[in-house]
Ligand binder design. Structure first.
Ligand code: SF4
Length: 297
């Protein structure tokens, strides 16, 4: 593991109400080795060189401890935006686990996004946090098909393992659901895939699914994605189909988005799974509303 220096790790978000009610961002690792072919974090605008190589922040736990101690407002610390906090190195390093212990000790909540079944290792700490603060567990699933996932998300837990983990987390009462994004146009944007994800999410006890029927593409990430499409789906003309439809667009909405949204919302409603941002935030924060407070220092 290579270590890089950092002055601060837990930083205030600009618009907490808009993205899952997250008040602070925390990235302990830089880069990600999960290899998702569509990953937005490899875009050049983020300036992460050699993106597939994971580096950890030096003295991360000491910095996080200082960051949390200095905050005058408690809140939800989000992790998993730029790099999966449960990469294979985390199994031994346990930086994400110890960071959660610090959140617990200092009275902060947490919102975690991951594709890794390793998250279940930390159920004990998550339960401890949930005794005093909101906990939101977002498991990303873009396809229900293990074989397809092995191609497009090669180095991380297969969807079957992710659904099993959702079941395990939900059983403990932790507020758990699915980030259904991206939904890759011409590859994952079909009724069968969306229906299967909602069905298995419901069976596992997921409380929410937050979807985006499409993806974003820009700069070097677009070039990388097209290169991987050619490599993984030879002769299918997928890169050409993207070029024809999306040219240099940043937001690449599925041509079937409207139909998928209608189907998706009906399926979710029949299973009492919420899918709107305001409902998700309200559900996972509601039990703590009365106890939220500003500390006098
Ligand atoms: S797990 Fe997330 S950060 Fe890592 S490669 Fe996949 S999309 Fe990118």
């Amino acid at each position: 593991m290579e270590y890089i220096s950092a002055k601060t790790i837990v930083t205030r978000t600009k618009a907490p109400a808009q993205w899952f009610g997250i008040d602070y961002n925390m990235n302990i690792y830089k880069g990600c080795c999960h290899g998702c072919i569509y990953c937005d974090s490899r875009s050049e605008c983020y300036g992460v060189d050699d993106f597939d190589k994971v580096r950890a922040k030096e003295n991360a736990l000491q910095i996080i401890r200082d960051d949390l101690r200095r905050k005058t407002r408690r809140g939800v610390v989000g992790t998993g935006a730029m790099s999966d906090p449960y990469n294979p190195f985390e199994r031994e390093l346990m930086l994400s686990r110890h960071a959660l212990e610090l959140c617990d000790a200092f009275g902060f909540g947490t919102a975690i996004a991951t594709k890794s079944a390793l998250l279940a290792r930390d159920i004990d700490i998550l339960q401890s946090i949930a005794e005093h603060s909101p906990v939101l567990l977002k498991i990303t699933v873009t396809t229900a098909d293990d074989e397809l996932a092995a191609k497009i998300e090669p180095n991380v837990s297969r969807p079957t393992e992710r659904f099993e983990m959702i079941g395990k987390l939900a059983e403990t009462g932790l507020y758990t659901g699915i980030l259904l994004m991206p939904v890759l146009p011409f590859i994952e944007d079909n009724i069968e895939n969306i229906g299967e994800i909602v069905r298995r999410a419901g069976d596992a006890g997921a409380r929410f699914i937050y979807p985006a029927f499409g993806m974003t593409l820009r700069g070097n990430q677009r070039a990388w994605y097209y290169h991987k499409l050619e490599e993984l789906f030879p002769g299918e003309g997928l890169a050409a189909a993207y070029q024809k439809r999306y040219r240099e667009y940043y937001e690449c909405v599925s041509p079937k988005a409207k139909k998928l949204w209608e189907y998706f919302t009906q399926e979710c409603e029949s299973r009492k799974i919420v899918y709107r941002m305001e409902d998700i935030i309200s559900q996972y924060k509601r039990p703590y509303k009365v106890t939220q407070m500003t500390l006098p220092f």
